[in-house]
Design a protein around this ligand. Structure first.
Ligand code: TXE
Length: 500
């Protein structure tokens, strides 16, 4: 890798990974191997084993043993914090390698990947503090003869299934918080973006995490993923991905051991822009909100709801911004919009663009694949004349496709924003504090941005309303999700006898 140039070079050969169980890599051996090709260049970049269900059992057994013998949950918060802090430092040491593989497998720009990896190290720093501050409650108002305690106990073995859009970031929004709680982990990354999850497992072991506390199985969703969601020895499952698979996760939990669930699913997130907003700032934010990560982002602001008098002019501003965004080779440091991650996703986005035109929406910009000689790229696309019943206005496209719909009143804007099955995120742009707060309080979304978009960090919880999911990740809320509450009544002195 040549880090001195502004364009990193491709690897001369794909890097072969094993999967990770009980503190060590297990080489692929006789197993089938999945060869991942970089979506930005169409060259092989990694080779990942296709685990068997026997491999999964081995990983779950390791996590189960590590949880049941209390080698991790039995430690004090200080000891757990030390491991998490060290892991954060090691992520920083290996940041360039992690960002490189994230870019190669996912197709996102290298500058963006670097930013995400820095944010991930910060998640570990922050969660280390939570490992020490996690605590329960006490009730000394039950009379002199009784003390009530509420303790927080780790749930147990946690399965973590992640998607391909933010393989390292989504993982790190969970892993440090799960470990802070005292739980142990079996992670299953997307089959197309497994490398950085495997690197994290190695880092955690080097940071001093006891063997068996972090295991990674690789392979397809329909085999290994399905077996993980059905596994009777897994106590909780954190799933991030499509709503369709989210339903399977809920069904599997009901059919098997009623494992506790955390779900972060799809989004169709509104960006509400009032005429009194700083329209240049808002246009930049709206362009960023739809094109960041090529729109393959659960919280992307894909529905622009804009006050009618400025609607046309504002759409032009967004178009102008997008026309200046640098689309191209993800390994080039100047690139802002990279490749589409999978062939299937590329086909899905293009089919929605066709559908939008067939339904009568007007193409304001984009609408085509971009040909850079290799890899798959789509121009940022904006549709005007969109009506609420169109598929492009209702369904999660998961690509750089923005729909524009005008509104006349605040009430109408709120109703349009809420006219969706999803409730993951929303933004409002206005200089009027009353309007900003009214909209913030009434739009149903788990994350809300006022005069900005896609802001985040380790402190504030993540998660959705309605069909966007259950539970919260990150922040103290995120640690508490991985605990269950035990109430304890302690008799002080002699109990009043039942039978005299
Ligand atoms: O997601 P999947 P895909 C949406 C987005 C996208 C669509 C399909 O609209 O177009 O989903 O993407 C694992 N049991 N989002 O196909 O299939 C799979 O291996 C257990 C939105 O990639 O949901 C991967 O690790 N696991 C979303 C993970 O689930 C299974 C992010 C996600 O894959 C499984 C990603 C099964 N039966 C996609 N089948 C967001 N909003 O963040 C698959 N998996």
């Amino acid at each position: 890798m040549d880090t001195s140039s502004t364009r990193l070079s491709l690897p001369s050969e794909p890097r072969a990974f094993g999967f990770f169980v009980d503190g060590a890599f297990v080489p692929a051996g006789p197993r089938e191997v999945f060869e991942r090709r970089s979506p930005g260049h169409d060259v092989p970049v990694t080779r990942i084993p296709k685990c068997t269900t026997g491999d999964l059992d081995m990983a779950v057994d390791a996590a189960r043993a590590a949880f049941d013998d209390r080698r991790w949950s039995g430690l004090g918060g200080q000891a757990r914090a030390a491991v998490l802090l060290k892991a954060g430092a090691l992520i920083r040491e290996r940041a360039e390698e992690i960002a490189y593989f994230e870019t190669l497998e996912n197709g996102k720009p290298i500058s963006q990947a670097r930013g995400e990896v820095a944010g991930c190290a910060d998640m570990f720093d922050y969660a280390s503090g939570l490992a020490r501050s996690l605590h329960g409650d006490s009730f000394n108002n039950l009379g002199d003869g009784m003390l009530g305690l509420v303790t927080r106990e780790p749930v147990g073995v946690v399965g973590i299934i992640t998607p391909w859009n933010f393989p390292f970031l989504i993982l790190c929004e969970r892993v440090p918080y799960v470990l802070a709680s005292g739980c142990t982990i079996v992670a299953k990354p997307s089959e197309v973006t497994s490398a950085t999850t495997l690197i994290l497992a190695e880092i955690l072991t080097e940071a001093g995490l006891p063997d068996g506390c972090m295991n990674v199985v690789t392979g397809s969703g329909s085999t290994i993923g399905q077996a993980l969601i059905e596994h009777p020895k897994v106590d909780m499952l954190s799933f991030t991905g499509s709503t369709a698979v989210g339903r399977r996760v809920v069904e599997a939990a009901g059919r098997t051991n009623f494992k506790k669930l955390g779900l972060e699913l799809g989004g169709k997130n509104p960006q509400i822009v009032f005429a009194d907003a700083d329209l240049d700032d808002a246009a930049d934010g709206v362009a960023f909100g739809i094109a960041f990560n090529t729109g393959q982002c659960c919280v992307s602001g894909s529905r622009l709801i804009v006050e009618r008098p400025v609607a046309d002019a504002f759409a032009q501003k967004v178009r102008d911004k997008l026309s200046r965004a640098v689309v191209g080779d993800p390994l080039d440091e100047a690139t802002q919009i990279g490749a589409i991650t999978t062939d299937a996703q590329n086909a899905t986005i293009l089919s929605y663009i066709e559908k939008g035109q067939a339904e009568g929406a007007r193409l304001i910009c984009g609408g085509t694949a971009l040909d850079f000689g290799r890899g798959q790229y789509i121009a940022p696309t904006v549709f005007g004349d969109v009506t609420a019943d169109m598929a492009i206005a209702r369904e999660e496209i998961f690509g750089p496709v923005l729909t524009v719909m005008p509104f006349d009143t605040v009430e109408e804007a709120i109703a349009m924003a809420n006219d969706t099955d999803y409730g993951l995120a929303a933004s409002v742009w206005t200089k009027n504090i009353d309007k900003a707060l009214m909209v913030t309080r009434r739009v149903q979304a788990g994350r809300f941005w006022v005069n900005t978009t896609l802001a985040g960090g380790p402190e504030l919880p993540l998660g959705g309303f309605k069909q966007s999911g259950w539970g919260r990740e990150a922040g103290m809320y995120g640690v508490e999700e991985y605990t269950q509450v035990k109430s304890v009544h302690v008799e002080i002195g002699k109990r009043t006898p039942w039978i005299a």
